[in-house]
Write a protein that binds this ligand. Sequence first.
Ligand SMILES: Cc1cc2nc3c(=O)[nH]c(=O)nc-3n(C[C@H](O)[C@H](O)[C@H](O)COP(=O)(O)O)c2cc1C
Length: 129
Amino acid sequence: MSKAVRYYSRSGNTKALAEAIATGAGVTALSVDDRSAVITEPVDTLFIGGGLYAYGIDKKLKSFINTLDSNKVKKAAVFSTSWLSKHALDIVKNELKAKGIEVVEETCYAKNMPGANELKAAVEFGTKF
Ligand SMILES: Cc1cc2nc3c(=O)[nH]c(=O)nc-3n(C[C@H](O)[C@H](O)[C@H](O)COP(=O)(O)O)c2cc1C
């Protein structure tokens, strides 16, 4: 089963969560900024997430989601970090669904920088789906 992890992170919180998920998934987490982040080969599960900024997601994450092809991404699992609101989870889910990509209900979230327990849960999240 092939997996990929992509994220957008300004100050490292979501990056830390993405890297823990990637450990569980057995892949390398790539920032959507990375030139090799584009999904060119089919994946069974794309783990994708980002931080919440002024109640929205960064336009780089939005643009990346727009590059996704539902023929290449079988399903997606969403993660996020924020100070308080989990709204980014819904935004990302909805953007993916608008692209025709199936999204699993379960999500992975941490308040700002993930702590040890949240990192452990993120590794476990990466082993699923
Ligand atoms: C410009 C800016 C706007 C933010 N707006 C929100 C917000 O509306 N709601 C919230 O809960 N957190 C907000 N936060 C907190 C971030 O979502 C939180 O620190 C997150 O973990 C940042 O992720 P990152 O380190 O991956 O960039 C904001 C942070 C910044 C810098």
